[in-house]
Design a protein around this ligand. Structure first.
Ligand SMILES: [Cu+2]
Length: 116
C-alpha cells in the first residue's frame, strides 16, 4: 500500500510539473499590420509594452509585420491582434478600430506615405 501511494505521488508530481511547463510556454506570433511609418511603429510597440503577457515585440516598418513573443498562459493571438486594432491598425483579419484610425495623423493612415 505504501508503495502504491509513493507511485501515485510520483505520477501526480510529474503530471503537475509537465503542466506548469506547458503553461509557461513562450510563443512567437507574427501579425501583418497596416503600419505606415516610424511613428506607427512607435505607437504599436507602445501598445505592446502595456500588453499583459507580451515579452518582446518588434515592428518592421518595411514589411509592416509585427513580431511578438508572448506567454501562452497570459495572453493569446486574438487578444494581441485586438490590442493592435485598438490603436488604429489592421492586424491580420482584425480591422482597425474606426475611432482610433480616424484620430491617427494623416501620414499614419493607410496609403498615408503616398499622400504626402
Ligand atoms: Cu505613421
Amino acid at each position: 500500500m505504501k508503495h502504491l501511494t509513493l507511485i501515485l505521488t510520483l505520477i501526480l508530481t510529474t503530471t503537475l510539473s509537465i503542466k506548469s511547463v506547458a503553461q509557461n510556454e513562450v510563443k512567437i506570433l507574427t501579425i501583418k499590420t497596416s503600419a505606415q511609418c516610424e511613428e506607427c511603429k512607435e505607437r504599436i510597440e507602445k501598445a505592446m509594452a502595456y500588453e499583459k503577457g507580451v515579452k518582446k515585440y518588434n515592428l518592421d516598418v518595411k514589411t509592416k509585420v509585427l513580431t511578438v513573443e508572448y506567454k501562452t498562459n497570459k495572453t493569446n493571438p486574438d487578444i494581441i491582434r485586438k490590442a493592435v486594432a485598438k490603436v488604429g491598425y489592421d492586424a491580420d483579419d482584425v480591422p482597425a478600430d474606426k475611432e482610433a484610425y480616424k484620430n491617427l495623423p494623416l501620414c499614419c493612415q493607410k496609403g498615408g506615405m503616398e499622400k504626402k
